[in-house]
Write a protein that binds this ligand. Structure first.
Ligand SMILES: [Zn+2]
Length: 187
């Protein structure tokens, strides 16, 4: 089984090539993707998709499992991105301990072929799937989640997503605290 590459591995930076339907290793690749997703989820309790570049193969394939079993998207193309955006915590199996805040399009339409080379389309998907697809298609283009980070939030431990505050708030709180300390020392 192929291991998921850690964030910083140069192979995550390659722009992947289109999958050739005649690719002799295709079946093996898809099996590896499904196994990687299943293993990660078993070990960490989360994870909805893996892109083939995360396994060190620069080809455009993604496995998704949204709860009803794995399905594959080969040569996916984002046909439309909604002008509406939203902020969300993003995480990645390449570095499962951290999260960053990103801005994503709220909806999108994706075309792709499935593992039987049938053309498929996901029309105007919901926000949760939209952000996931944008994350995975980014992997195919050599872009990782930290590249999309909103700097005001910094990098946080993934398990702190519910309590983290923006860096700007922290600076304000610290400034107030310093002022309070100064007053305390004065009197
Ligand atoms: Zn990722």
């Amino acid at each position: 089984m192929s291991a998921i590459l850690p964030l910083g591995d140069p192979r995550l930076r390659r722009k992947s090539a289109a999958i050739d339907p005649q690719e002799s290793l295709l079946e093996q690749y898809l099996q590896d993707l499904a196994t990687a997703l299943h293993s990660f989820k078993a070990a960490h309790g989360w994870g909805r998709a893996v892109a083939l570049p995360q396994l060190g193969v620069a080809s455009r394939a993604i496995v998704f499992d949204l709860g009803s079993g794995p399905f594959f998207a080969l040569n996916p193309v984002i046909e439309w991105l909604s002008p509406e955006t939203f902020e969300v915590w993003d995480d990645c199996m390449c570095e499962p301990n951290i999260a960053v805040r990103v801005l994503r399009a709220r909806s999108l339409t994706l075309s792709f072929v499935d593992e039987t080379m049938r053309k498929r389309r996901l029309e105007r998907v919901a926000a949760e799937l939209s952000e996931l697809i944008q994350h995975e298609v980014d992997h195919l283009d050599g872009i990782v989640f930290t590249d999309r980070m909103i700097p005001e939030w910094g990098v946080i431990s993934r398990r702190m997503r519910e309590v983290a505050i923006p860096v700007s708030s922290a600076v304000e709180i610290n400034a107030l605290q310093h002022a309070a300390d100064r007053n305390y020392k004065r009197h």
